[in-house]
Design a protein around this ligand. Structure first.
Ligand code: GLU
Length: 293
């Protein structure tokens, strides 16, 4: 079976120790399956992406020897694809226009906020009653059960835990959920390997795939790298950019976060990558063995 994987960084800051783990894992999994590996720059949220950061990330990946099999794509240039997906969701009744302001949602929202986000109370589900449409939302229904290659069986009730989520924002920007689903389908991605912080988004993406008639890829969410204070290492909390003076050392660190124990004496990035691929292949064989026994 053909395999297509991808690494999809948001260029809000340079690659750091945490995002390198996701980049390396997605690259290793593609190599171990004899597949293709793509890079997609997720710059839909333009105001949060400093100019030139995309090139910084592409340069970091190149210096680490993580080279995509096809030219990278930029989400900021793919608005037509997202509009076509939204149009189909509107036509099928899965998406609806929403006239509510943040203040109105806050005033009407019932249950507790989740990760600081209010659960939309469904005010515009049956129409905006003459008020102008500001944003577009997805009409959620029920529970999504799914399987993660590392985390196992997962489940989320979209209606009570998430609510009708945004597809296109009031400021005209595309929401990550819609863009990522449209892109993965259009690019023929079969396997998604990314950080565990995104596992919670997966049920929304599966719901969108089903509504659009797209296949659901396999998922593997990798362990997060925590800062000394226990918080997730992120660009937002100022995680340091990868030090490219020693690419082999940084790759070794990322490989060990993934549980790969490499022998000593691998001094070049190429050696570390080759050694990591054989270790990853062994892990893939092991888990395939477990599944069939
Ligand atoms: N762009 C997202 C991020 O950098 C990752 C999206 C994905 O891998 O699905 O957090």
């Amino acid at each position: 079976m053909s395999y297509r994987g991808r690494f999809a960084p948001s260029p809000t800051g340079p690659l750091h120790a945490g995002s390198l783990v996701a980049a390396l894992a997605s690259w290793l999994d593609a190599r171990a399956h004899g597949g293709e590996w793509l890079v997609r720059i997720e710059d839909v949220d333009g105001p949060r992406c400093p100019p030139g950061m995309d090139e910084v990330i592409l340069g970091q990946l190149d210096a680490l020897g993580l080279r995509p099999d096809e030219p990278p794509v930029w989400q900021s240039r793919r608005g037509e694809l997202y509009q076509a997906a939204l149009d189909r969701l509107i036509a099928s009744g899965h998406a609806y226009g929403c006239a509510c302001t943040r203040a109105e949602i806050a005033a009407a929202a019932g249950p507790k906020p989740r990760h600081g986000e209010l659960i939309y109370p469904g005010t515009c589900r049956d129409g905006t009653h003459g008020r102008p449409v500001r944003a577009w939302r997805f009409r959620v229904a029920g529970r999504i059960n799914w399987q993660d290659r590392r985390l196992g069986a997962q489940s989320q009730d979209l209606e009570t835990e998430v609510g009708d989520f945004i597809l296109k924002r009031a400021d005209g920007l595309w929401a990550y959920q819609l863009a990522v689903v449209a892109d993965d389908a259009e690019q023929g991605v079969t396997d998604i390997v990314r950080g565990e912080d995104l596992a919670d988004n997966t049920p929304r993406q599966i719901a969108l795939q089903r509504a659009l008639g797209f296949p659901t890829p396999r998922y593997l969410h990798t362990p997060l790298v925590l800062a000394v204070d226990g918080h997730k290492l992120s660009k937002q909390n100022g995680a340091a950019a990868i030090d490219l003076a020693d690419p082999a050392g940084r790759l070794r660190d990322a490989a060990s976060r993934l549980g790969l124990r490499l022998p000593d004496g691998m001094n070049s990035a190429e050696e570390v990558l080759t050694g990591s691929v054989s270790k990853w292949e062994a892990l893939v064989r092991e888990s395939a063995g477990e599944r069939s026994s």
